[in-house]
Design a protein. Structure first.
Length: 433
């Protein structure tokens, strides 16, 4: 288990029975009690990471803000914890806004994103009185100004800018390039036009800029590059009103043994020092910095436990190991070619003895959880745990093939709490007329 420990939650340990435990809870016992697939989060690790984030950024400026990107994992339990820990929350749709409000967030602490907000969502944001709305198109600015005018309110906004920095990560999740559906590019004058549109709009109050250069970023040197471009832009359009610089999210996590992501502290130092240095160098008053981490808060804290339903040896080809979940609870392997590790809750220390392909239960050949992996011998009935599934795992779950979405359990100090129960068959037909 040693080499895998850095992809597991920090509380991962081996019990007296030789089982894998997290938060003092035996995963074998949890799987028995709650069924599989089961998503297990180390609640202490979630809280610790949130606190580390705030401390790391506020060490540079007590007014820095950490905004949790709720799309990474949006259960009420995690949203309530985010609020308790004094982070703000970012939502990217009317539904995410509803969930944040339902979890008790004061509207002022909510930041509303989305590249295609419709009139209904803008009305919902204004009705709730969200703190910040991040504008993503000229159409949106015009629509927002119109709706806010009808309601007799003025909405504080950030403009989402795409500085054209492309950090080395998977192409599909890089959003800071020029050719992107998100934001306004610096190049070609789109961002300047957006700032001008806000400044002349009567019911839109621009208070800063936002940029999100990508996700699963290990090359944090991309942030200073972005900061330099952004400072030059602020100088060009004038600092007036641009008090906030939201640097987005994107810090990567370890999915595999070979991955070595920067720490939250190194990331905070890089971002804060770069923004302050660039604004100082341009002779601009320093902005209030905000960041929006998602994955790096919840990713490592969560694991998914599956049960093996059967194996298949194809002579001269490979051994397949099928489990009782798959693309309906973990889309990332299919969507991005993401590579996960696996560990056996019943025998975490066992030596690998066979080369297998770990597949899901869905009617798609592409429903592969791990393409190639060396694992100890597995047969029907055994458990398999995939570490680092806490971000964009259950958050992207679907009902494909009529599969019910898994239960989610928080573990801490030997206690397990079901925070989302397993979906029922009845719920599969509950919306049908
Ligand atoms: C997804 C997203 C984030 C969070 O990204 P992570 O890589 O999970 O940290 C932050 N801001 C915006 C605008 C996003 O779309």
């Amino acid at each position: 288990m040693q080499p895998l420990s850095h992809v597991l939650p920090p509380s991962a340990a081996t019990t007296a029975d030789g089982h894998l435990s997290i938060g003092g809870c035996d995963l074998v016992a949890l799987a028995e009690e709650h069924g599989t697939p089961l998503v297990v989060y180390d609640a202490g690790a979630l809280r610790d990471t949130m606190q580390r984030y705030l401390q790391a950024f506020r060490a540079h400026d007590p007014h820095a803000e950490v905004i949790y990107a709720s799309k990474a994992f949006w259960a009420q339990a995690v949203l309530r914890m985010v609020h308790e820990e004094d982070l703000r929350v970012d939502v990217a749709s009317g539904g995410e806004l509803f969930m944040a409000l339902h979890a008790g967030f004061p509207p002022q602490k909510i930041v509303m994103h989305g590249n295609a907000k419709d009139a209904r969502e803008i009305n919902e944001a204004l009705e709730a009185r969200v703190g910040l709305l991040v504008c993503d198109s000229l159409d949106e600015i015009a629509l927002l100004n119109h709706i806010a005018g009808e309601r007799g309110v003025v909405q504080d906004v950030l403009i989402r800018v795409t500085p054209g920095v492309k950090p080395s990560t998977h192409e599909y999740i890089s959003t800071g390039q020029l050719d992107s559906k998100f934001g306004f590019s610096l190049e070609g004058g789109l961002a300047a036009a957006a700032v001008a549109a806000c400044r002349t709009a009567t019911h839109v109050n621009i208070v800063g800029l936002h940029c999100h250069i990508g996700s699963q970023i290990f090359e944090i040197g991309a942030y200073p590059v972005a900061a330099q471009l952004l400072a030059a832009f602020v100088k060009e359009v004038g600092r007036d009103g641009l008090d906030i610089m939201d640097m987005g999210g994107g810090l990567g996590i370890a999915y595999g043994r070979a991955d070595d992501p920067p720490s939250v502290e190194a990331y905070a130092d890089t971002v804060m020092e770069a923004v302050f240095a660039e604004w100082d160098a341009a002779g601009l008053e320093r902005p209030r910095v905000m960041v929006e981490p998602g994955r790096s808060i919840v990713g490592r804290a969560g694991v998914t436990v599956y049960r093996v339903t059967g194996t298949k040896d194809i002579p001269g080809v490979r051994r397949y190991v099928a489990v009782d979940g798959g693309m309906s609870d973990l889309m990332r392997p299919m969507l991005y070619g993401a590579v996960y590790e696996a560990i056996l809750p019943e025998r975490p220390e066992a030596e690998a003895s066979e080369h297998v392909r770990l597949v899901g239960k869905h009617c798609e050949s592409g429903d592969v959880l791990i393409k190639e992996i060396d694992l100890p011998h597995l047969e029907a009935g055994n458990l398999v745990c995939l570490p680092a599934t806490g971000a964009y795992g259950v958050a992207m779950a679907s009902n494909y093939n009529g599969v019910t979405r898994p239960a989610v359990v928080f573990v801490e100090n030997g206690e397990a709490t079901v925070v989302v129960r397993r979906e029922t068959y009845g719920e599969l037909v509950s919306r049908d007329a």
